[in-house]
Design a protein around this ligand. Structure first.
Ligand SMILES: [Zn+2]
Length: 140
């Protein structure tokens, strides 16, 4: 069953979910060329880069800070499931809004206008909360 799920996930990621998987493949290639080591988490390939910034998911790949917590990895994998559901709509429904929201929050905090504690919880928006619950359900 586990193998079947992995095959189905990869098949869907490289067909219906191809746009984000290609983004991930390009990032993965750039990291491989610059000497970063790929890791495996369940059936995802991931890379660790930099410090304390969180993660970014693209198809069957994800990218996260060094020594990322299990909760970050699970959350990114939750976005991987969203990608095989939304397919070519994923960039518009989840990935781009998520990136804009992430940077908006960072800028507001870094410019001293608000503190993280003043902001709504990260998972308060549907696509982040759903990614976390999918990740916690499927990637123990
Ligand atoms: Zn997210």
């Amino acid at each position: 069953m586990k193998t079947l799920k992995a095959i189905l996930f990869w098949l869907l990621s490289w067909t219906w979910g191809l746009p984000m998987t290609l983004v991930g493949a390009v990032c993965a290639l750039a990291l491989l060329v610059t000497g970063h080591k790929p890791h495996r988490f369940h059936y995802f390939v991931y890379f660790e880069v930099g410090k304390d910034w969180g993660g970014f998911e693209a198809g069957c790949f994800f990218f996260c800070n060094n020594s990322a917590s299990l909760s970050i990895k699970r959350h990114e994998c939750g976005h991987g499931i969203q990608n095989i559901i939304f397919g070519p709509l994923m960039p518009f429904v989840v990935s781009i809004p998520s990136a804009i929201r992430y940077w908006y929050r960072e800028i507001v905090v870094r410019t001293g206008r608000k503190r993280y504690s003043d902001l709504k919880p990260y998972d308060s928006v549907w696509f982040e909360g759903w990614a976390t619950s999918l990740g916690n359900k499927y990637y123990l």
